[in-house]
Design a protein around this ligand. Structure first.
Ligand code: SF4
Length: 335
């Protein structure tokens, strides 16, 4: 009787939501495990998806998820790009930093030996592009060796806030490989107001100066902006400003604010919604660079061998609750 009532609940809840949307259905109890097994079986029979069961409430999606990997460019397929967090300390303390970097953050450096080994193993694992990020990588005295370890084997992008490109750090930049290295510099707005409100007074002007310096030194420069739901006219003004700066359309990386790290709002990003991008830090392997300081997206504490770590990240969709119930430990990655 309880069984048929629960099925009626499922049917009633599901018929009123559009395809692709989720709905919550309280389980009946007292046999919650039995209820969950019933919901799982019902979803399998009806072509719907059990997203999760939490505190006696089942979240179901009407229909099955669309595979977000369909239509991805070849270099965006998980496992073809490797992210490495060189360090976590930063000269800035942005109020939305997804990995909680600041001048007070512990360095937690990967170091040249590990970066070199990772870069070499990445080639063997089929990776086609390396990305170095932080924290602020130019704080590191061995940044030149770190970059060389990467550019000697694969095209590499180095993420920076662009504020330190002078003096001895500029000399280090000048010795880097212009053919294999692109710089990605953070800039959030066409005028100082918004950028400085998140990153600190004067940071916009120094970032723009850093962009011009890197360009004049002959490096390819991408600009990355983190924005919280901009209006289309603001976006158009920003893109026009970037064109004036000499940043090509394909080098304008405008992304939404993520509700991660220090951000108090933004997109909710979970392993169910994020396409994985294998990310290595001194603490382990993570699902995605935006979550590289969060235990919920830690894949493995073991960095080496890299191929083994990459294989921990599923090549397709992350497992659903239905799939996880078939694994003895309910772990994220395939066991
Ligand atoms: S967002 Fe970038 S520049 Fe700002 S604190 Fe974090 S790592 Fe540093």
């Amino acid at each position: 009787m309880v069984t048929s009532t629960l099925i009626l609940d499922l049917v009633e809840a599901m018929i009123v939501v559009p395809r692709g949307q989720t709905v919550e259905v309280p389980l009946r109890g007292p046999d919650l495990k039995g209820d969950q097994a019933l919901v799982t079986a019902w979803c399998l029979r009806t072509g719907n998806e059990l997203v999760e069961v939490n505190n006696g409430v089942a979240t179901l999606r009407r229909g099955l998820r669309q595979n977000p990997l369909v239509g991805l460019a070849p270099n965006q397929v998980p496992g073809t790009r490797l992210w490495m967090y060189t360090n976590f300390d930063c000269n800035l303390a942005c109020d939305y930093c997804c990995v909680r970097s600041s001048p007070r953050a512990e360095r937690r450096a990967l170091g040249v030996d590990r970066v070199r080994r990772l870069a070499n193993e990445a080639v063997a694992a089929g990776v086609v592009e390396l990305v170095l990020t932080g924290g602020e990588p130019f704080l590191l005295p061995d940044i030149e060796e770190l970059v060389e370890a990467c550019t000697s084997v694969l095209p590499t992008t180095l993420l920076t806030n662009g504020m330190l490109l002078h003096g001895r750090r500029l000399e280090r930049l000048r010795r880097m490989d212009r053919e294999r290295l692109a710089l990605q510099i953070s800039l959030d707005s066409p005028t100082p107001g918004l950028h400085d409100s998140h990153r600190g007074a004067g940071s916009w002007a120094r970032a723009v100066e850093g962009i011009r310096t890197a360009q004049s030194e002959g490096f390819r420069v991408r600009v990355a902006a983190t924005l919280d739901g901009p209006r289309s006219d603001e976006l158009a003004e920003f893109r026009e400003f970037l064109h004036h700066l000499g940043i090509r359309s394909e080098d304008q990386v405008i992304r939404a604010l993520a509700h991660r790290g220090l951000a108090d709002k933004g997109l909710e990003l979970t392993v169910d919604t994020l396409i994985p991008e294998v990310t290595v830090t001194a603490d382990g392997i993570y699902w995605h660079p935006v979550s590289a300081d969060d235990e919920d997206q830690l894949i493995s504490r073991e960095i080496f061998p890299l191929k083994g770590a990459i294989d921990e990240v599923p090549p397709g969709l992350p497992p659903t609750a239905q799939e996880r119930t078939r694994r003895p430990n309910g772990s994220l990655a395939p066991s």
